[in-house]
Ligand binder design. Structure first.
Ligand SMILES: [Zn+2]
Ligand SMILES: [Zn+2]
Length: 691
């Protein structure tokens, strides 16, 4: 095992530990449960037909006749096991010669039927032992079964396929798996994005263009992707901004702390070193943060203390940070409104679930408890219980989605004329709706109006025509005759409607008074936070002139320490004065002066270099605030936040997606820390050699 591999596996383990802790609060998805069941069935196959089971695991060493023999001994009644046995035999045949096992594989897929777990095990075995063609056929079986039962997507399976592709040594197999991942999850932009990254690495411009196009179309056509992207971008923005502000504050604090706290430090016991007294005060200030006064009070108090020590440009930056801190309430409220759409209990996310999932008994139970006629009618329609579905039709709302669902219910009962009237009504209200073009097209062609298909497609929105093409291609590829759940698409909201809904929610003042920000021990409504920030900024700008404290505090000409009129002895601070006063000879005195100066510089350099190692950029920033140092801090804040947030940046995929795009940020962090440590070692080489 190479070192890179070891580091990679340690990182992955850490990531997995972190994310699985976060994920453990969710129950296993229906698909995951089916996979677990299938794994148990493979275990029982291991006792009945070990030859086939080990072939399924990837050790296809037995001869085809042995496999056939074991297969004939399996009981026909246990169809779950028989399909897995068939897959084992297909794996044996495939391992002898690619393409040999395809017929056997088709048999296994057909026998697996509605069992998505068995389909997944078949896919796995073909990925391990079969040719890319066989793997692609196996995934096609999974896709047909999933769509046929009313699933729109299997995000977990898609995520697993992408990580299998990343591990696959064969380039052809990896490409097949990535394409398969994009089919198993036709909603998320992540699989086409994974393909785009691969194409970019190979300079495959045509492939890159196509993959980027599909990524964009998926973002555009499925509003849930836009919501997720906005929510995660907002989270990322806040996290980068807060971390950046915090690090800059540390830099400013380190630079200006002697000026801020010198007069207070004078009142502490005089016999301890001035640096110790500064340290005690700094710890006291940090305790304010830990004591629960809250980050907002910490930032505001810090800004108040620092303001008069900053230069004009620094003040502009500080002002921007104060405003950013003040806007936290607004950003958090927007974030909460967006996040509510993904709350498992919310009406919107249940409607989305029934559009994306096959109606399992558990999901139906959940919908019955919530008693949302639209979700229930969709569930019964997808499950094929048309009478029950129709009983909800009168309760459906007058909105476009209600009209689409009424149209769907008419369509599945064969009333195409009424269906197309409902669709036309929905189209008049919401021409952007993504499912309308397909459903209208279906109604038109079942009425025999094939000539009206073209006008419908011409008036379709971009999202609508993408969904039309996608559905038609899935249906024609996978189904000789369409199951009821694929004949028309269940209703979905268009992106415009969803965003309008969110804007409407945000314009309700009640939303703004629910969240509280702790400031100085009291909770103030989020709405007051921006005003507090504006008031502080106004006060700071109005009251201070640049660096007006020069009359009270001075710098020691020798060691550069901050001093006041009490500890000042002429040009020197009290400590330099004492050391110099014993030496009267001019030459010795000058020598000592030089040494003191050097010592003072070295002490400061060492501390700031050390700070640079812990938080790259912060030390340089406190030595001399510059754009480059601030940029370095921003890079640090951005890469830490990206690493923490990327797991769910584009998608709610489980952990295996966590590694998408994280490598560049780990590399960036490594470069930041590496350069700073190298600089530190080079600068302090002599100190270490002496030691
Ligand atoms: Zn001094
Ligand atoms: Zn003093």
């Amino acid at each position: 095992m190479s070192k890179v591999r070891i580091v990679q596996s340690i990182l992955t383990t850490l990531l997995l530990a972190g994310t699985s802790m976060a994920a453990s609060s969710f129950e296993a998805s229906p698909f995951e449960e089916q996979v677990l069941q299938a794994m148990r069935r493979v275990d029982s196959l291991r006792t009945v037909a070990p030859v086939l089971a080990s072939a399924l695991d990837g050790n296809a060493k037995s001869s085809p006749s042995e496999g056939q023999d074991a297969l004939s001994h399996l009981q026909v009644g246990q169809s779950g096991i028989v399909s897995l046995g068939q897959a084992g035999q297909a794996a044996i045949l495939e391992s002898k010669a690619p393409g040999q096992g395809l017929a056997q594989l088709d048999l296994a897929s057909r026998m697996a039927g509605n069992d998505l777990g068995a389909h997944w095990m078949i896919c796995l075995s073909m990925i391990r032992t079969g040719s890319p063609l066989a793997a692609s056929r196996a995934v096609q079986g999974l896709e047909a079964s999933m769509l046929g039962q009313g699933w729109q997507r299997l995000p977990q399976a898609s995520a697993w396929l992408i990580s299998l592709a990343d591990e696959s040594p064969s380039r052809e197999m990896a490409d097949t798996l990535r394409t398969a991942a994009a089919r198993i999850d036709p909603v998320s932009p992540v699989p086409p994005f994974a393909i785009a990254r691969r194409c970019l690495a190979r300079w495959d411009i045509d492939g890159l263009y196509e993959a980027v196009r599909i990524t964009g179309l998926r973002l555009w056509s499925y509003p849930q992707n836009q919501l997720l992207l906005s929510l995660n971008s907002l989270r990322l923005l806040r996290s980068v901004g807060l971390l950046f502000s915090f690090l800059l504050f540390i830099g400013w604090m380190t630079r200006n702390w002697p000026w801020v706290s010198h007069q207070l430090a004078e009142r502490l016991p005089q016999d301890s070193s001035i640096y110790l007294r500064y340290g005690v005060l700094a710890v006291g200030f940090l305790c304010i943060l830990l004591a629960g006064v809250g980050a907002y009070a910490f930032f505001f108090l810090g800004a108040f203390l620092l303001w008069k020590h900053l230069t004009r440009i620094e003040r502009v930056l500080m002002g921007a940070l104060i405003l950013f801190i003040g806007s936290q309430g607004v950003l958090t409220t927007v974030e909460e409104v967006l996040a509510k759409r993904f709350d498992i209990q919310s009406k919107e996310s249940l409607r989305l679930r029934i559009a994306e999932e096959s109606p399992s008994p558990q999901l139906l139970q959940l919908l019955k408890e919530r008693n949302d006629p639209q979700a229930l009618a969709t569930a019964y329609m997808k499950g094929g219980d048309l009478l029950q579905a129709a009983s909800f039709q009168k309760q459906l709302g007058n909105d476009p989605t209600g009209a689409i669902l009424s149209g769907d219910l008419c369509f599945v009962r064969g009333m195409y004329d009424s269906a197309s009237r409902f669709y036309a009504k929905a189209f008049a209200q919401d021409p952007q709706n993504p499912v309308l073009p397909f459903n209208r097209g279906q109604a038109a062609s079942w009425m025999g109006h094939t000539d009206s298909l073209n006008p419908i497609l011409k008036r379709a929105s971009l999202a609508g025509s993408f969904r039309f093409e996608q559905t038609v291609s899935q249906n024609s590829r996978l189904f000789p005759d369409l199951p009821p759940s694929r004949q028309v698409l269940p209703p979905e909201q268009s992106a415009a409607q969803i965003w309008n809904g969110i804007l409407a929610e945000l314009s309700d003042p009640a939303v703004w008074f629910t969240g509280n920000a702790p400031v100085g021990g009291i909770d103030i409504p989020f709405l007051l936070l921006p005003w507090a920030a504006l008031a502080l900024l106004g006060y700071l700008i109005a009251t201070s002139k640049p660096r007006n404290l020069a009359r009270k505090l001075f710098r020691c000409k020798t060691c550069c320490r901050v001093m006041c009129k009490h500890c000042r002895r002429g040009l020197h601070c009290i400590s330099c004065f004492r050391r110099l006063s014993n030496v009267s000879e001019l030459e010795l005195r000058n020598e000592l002066l030089l040494r003191l100066e050097k010592e003072g510089q070295q002490r400061e350099q060492f501390l700031l270099n050390l700070l640079d190692i812990v938080l790259p950029g912060t030390g340089s920033f406190s030595r001399k605030p510059s754009l480059i140092a601030a940029l370095m801090i921003l890079l640090l804040a951005a890469s830490i936040s990206m690493l923490l947030n990327l797991a769910g940046f584009l998608t709610r995929y489980p952990f295996s997606q966590a590694s998408v795009g994280q490598m560049p940020f780990i590399a960036l962090l490594a470069v930041l820390y590496g350069t700073n440590i190298a600089l530190f070692l080079r600068k302090n080489k002599r100190t270490f050699l002496k030691g």
